[in-house]
Write a protein that binds this ligand. Structure first.
Ligand SMILES: [Zn+2]
Length: 281
């Protein structure tokens, strides 16, 4: 370990700057979205069984709502463009733009080269939670998804119902792809209802019992046509462990809602990113 320099305290005292100030970020018209949601009707619903994943499609201009039913449960969400699996949710850039956890008004952004909003959070019944004394908050974009490879690395296990595997099976089923072909499209998730943070002393990723209770929900506006997959994590409320069958697990429901005709007057689905992709050549 190196000795601190004489000006160590002065260097530490420099105030941070926000990497990506959002004052030039195109803002969603939340009043329009919320008015459209108020008049929307549920047109379909699917359920992710405990330790399994379900899939759903939502047309641009529709809504999807993830609902806690039966008991506290965390969900792992993947999103793709409905017609192009290469355009998928980019949790890292979403984190850079909106912070470690998302709530009402934040958007889920797609990967390069499209980098556009795929979905916008329009309501979140856990928005009261804020940031707790441990630095924990809800709906993170800092975790990856529980997966059998890390489980094998750390514990030598062969466990088949991690969110990564649940999402892989669900994507294979809905697309007709083999498991091997579907797996590379599974990506880092939005951890719906999960309560997480980083420890202040060691900077380690932590989880704690989710504050979600049956009836809690988070609702998204689909900015483009999306294919979604939601896994009911084997960690249940993620209060103790994941990547095993030890935790109490509950299903999660996904409701698809369609707004009334004319409710989105003036709204258009976002175009792909306008960077010319010449990369200096
Ligand atoms: Zn999981």
């Amino acid at each position: 370990m190196f000795l601190p320099p004489d000006d160590a305290d002065a260097r530490r005292a420099i105030a941070p700057v926000i990497c990506y100030p959002t004052d030039t970020l195109p803002q969603p018209d939340m009043a329009l979205y919320q008015a459209a949601l108020a008049g929307a009707e549920i047109v379909d619903a699917v359920t992710a069984a405990p330790r399994e994943a379900c899939t759903f499609r939502v047309s641009a201009g529709g809504f999807f709502r993830i609902v806690s039913i039966d008991g506290p449960q965390v969900g792992d969400l993947n999103l793709w463009h409905a017609d192009d699996l290469s355009e998928r949710f980019y949790s890292g850039k979403t984190r850079a733009l909106h912070g470690t956890h998302v709530s009402t008004g934040d958007r889920l952004w797609s990967s390069f080269p499209t980098l556009r909003p795929m979905a916008t959070v329009v309501e979140d019944s856990l928005d009261w939670y804020g940031i707790d004394d441990f630095g924990g908050s809800v709906h993170d974009v800092i975790g990856t998804r529980c997966d059998p490879y890390t489980g094998n690395l750390l514990a030598g296990t062969q466990y088949h119902h991690c969110c990564h595997s649940n999402l892989t099976r669900a994507l294979a089923d809905v697309t007709g792809l083999s498991l091997a072909d579907a797996e590379p499209y599974v990506h880092d998730v939005l951890n719906v209802f999960m309560c997480t943070g980083f420890t202040r002393d060691t900077g380690q990723y932590f989880m704690k019992a989710s504050p979600v209770r049956p009836g809690d929900h988070i609702t998204f506006f689909a900015e483009i046509d999306v294919l979604g997959a939601l896994s009911a994590c084997p960690g249940g409320d993620c209060s103790a462990e994941h990547s095993s069958d030890a935790a109490a697990c509950f299903p999660l429901r996904v409701e698809i809602l369609r707004p009334a005709d004319g409710a989105l007057e003036g709204w258009t689905s976002p175009a792909v990113n306008a960077y010319d992709r010449s990369h200096g050549r």
